[in-house]
Design a protein around this ligand. Structure first.
Ligand code: NAP
Ligand code: HSE
Length: 428
């Protein structure tokens, strides 16, 4: 009888995702063997703190010495689940140079150094797979790289951060305030240990940089992504948005516009009937438009132990199959174009604008005049009487260049009748 092939791997990190991958690999051992044509053996697990209790893991698997893994010729797959840039960048790079394949969920790493690491994987004829780095269990990397490669993709937009979607859903549906909703998201384990990356849009920014690079075949790195988070969104914004028929969501948006890439993350007023508007709580969704494929939308769990482990194991099975068939390193970097990333000021948007102004004749007309002088046309306006001779104006504009809108707001801020620019949110 032919001996069963065994492929040996090492896990770097045994936290939420690493622990999930270890459990799932055990649970799916037979399935993986049938799908890939080999059994997976986790030979080593790299951790930082050797004294931490690790339930269900035999202690001899654990190490805090990377060189023990790097120098082991039997280890063919390195599964990087530590997070952060260093030492992950060095370890992934060294693993590829040493002829090992790599699977990672590390969006921080991919969004800044994806280009160099993919080149390294190609040079060494090894796989570098990273499905779990964007939107957890949702199969968007493989879809963009393979399934949709028969289309010129012109847009990839989506809700790609579960924490902020959860917060906005709770604020909108339960009337919770921002801090209370954030606390709940942290208790549920959706948020990063420092939730700044979630609420300031950096996590979504890294994911949209990775997706834009693949979708438009041109490298986009995280520092090129305009990011704005949800920390300034108030219950008042959500209430007024609802009155106009919108919900507020944090979107990552990447578009191909006249041969240039627009890539940004910010809150938007989304029409209630847009497919992304119904994506609630911690769910993620990615909307793709391509010239031949038309519209496609993927929705699912963007974070958490098992959803993320599912995507990692999917990649591992693929790499194992490649090892069995001797064909690793087929898909390296697909960024064969060098497209310009647009300045945010050169993009166009509609705006939702809330102003508190003195309640006296002529103020609305003056504001409309300032907006008009900068080419900003008003699509809708409501005036709410507030207290102490202060009125609240809520305006939705037609589409305008961002730099023209900003110029008009600079002038509005100098008007003596203005009490406060309460909020400015783009409309999708
Ligand atoms: P985590 O719970 O903080 O776990 C990190 C693990 O890495 C820990 O076991 C830690 O060791 C180990 N580690 C960190 N730095 C190390 C170092 N220098 N040397 C050795 N070991 C080190 O993180 P996670 O939530 O599992 O996330 C892992 C990766 O998956 C990140 O790139 C994250 O962005 C990505 N991801 C996470 C999710 C999610 O839902 N959590 C979803 C998608 C993608 P100790 O245990 O000894 O501290
Ligand atoms: N903190 C992230 C989120 C985890 O809320 O979506 C997955 O990247």
């Amino acid at each position: 009888m032919e001996q069963e092939k065994v492929i040996k791997a090492a896990l770097l990190g045994f936290g939420t995702v690493g622990g999930g991958v270890y459990k799932l690999a055990g649970r799916l051992a037979d399935e993986m063997q049938k799908k890939a044509g080999a059994r997976l053996e986790i030979k080593k697990i790299l951790v930082r703190d050797m004294t931490k209790p690790r339930e269900g893991v035999s202690p001899e698997l654990l190490t805090d010495d990377w060189n023990e893994i790097l120098s082991d010729p039997e280890i063919e797959i390195v599964i990087e689940l530590m997070g952060g840039i260093e030492p992950a960048r060095t370890y992934v790079s060294q693993a590829l140079e040493a002829g090992k394949n790599v699977v990672t969920a590390n969006k921080d790493l991919l969004a800044e150094y994806g280009g160099e690491l993919l080149e390294k994987s190609k040079e060494n004829g090894k796989d570098l797979q990273f499905e779990a780095s964007v939107a957890g269990a949702i199969p968007v990397i493989r879809a963009l790289k393979h399934s949709l490669s028969g289309s010129i993709i012109t847009e990839v937009s989506g809700i790609v951060n579960g924490t902020t979607n959860y917060i906005l859903t709770k604020m909108s549906e339960k009337g919770m305030d921002y801090q209370e909703a954030l606390q709940m998201a942290m208790e549920k384990g959706y948020a990063e240990s420092n939730p700044e990356a979630d609420v300031e849009g950096y996590d979504a920014g890294r994911k949209i940089a990775i997706m834009a690079s693949i979708a438009f075949n041109s490298r986009v790195t995280f520092p090129q992504v305009y990011t704005e988070g949800i920390t300034k969104i108030t219950a008042g914004d959500i209430r007024f948005a609802k009155e106009f028929g919108y919900v507020i969501k944090l979107l990552g948006i990447a578009k191909l516009e006249e041969g240039e890439i627009l890539v940004k993350v910010h809150p938007v007023l989304l029409p209630e009937d847009h497919p992304l508007a119904s994506v609630r709580n911690s769910f993620n969704a990615v909307f793709i438009h391509g010239e031949a494929c038309d519209d496609a939308m993927f929705m699912g769990r963007g974070a958490g132990e098992m959803p993320t482990a599912s995507a990692v194991i999917g990649d591992v099975i693929d790499v194992m199959g490649n090892i069995v068939h001797g064909c690793c390193g087929r898909t390296g970097c697909t960024c064969y174009k060098e497209l310009k990333v647009k300045e945010i000021g050169d993009s166009a948007s509609k705006y939702f604008l809330r102003l508190k102004v003195e309640d006296k004749p002529g103020v609305l007309a003056n504001i409309a005049g300032v907006l008009g002088n900068n080419g900003v046309s008003i699509a809708q306006v409501v005036q709410k009487k507030s207290e102490n001779q202060v009125a609240e104006l809520v305006i939705i504009t037609d589409e305008v260049m961002e730099k023209n809108f900003n110029a008009s707001i600079q002038t509005v801020r100098q008007m003596t009748a203005l009490k406060q620019v309460a909020s400015i949110i783009r409309v999708y």
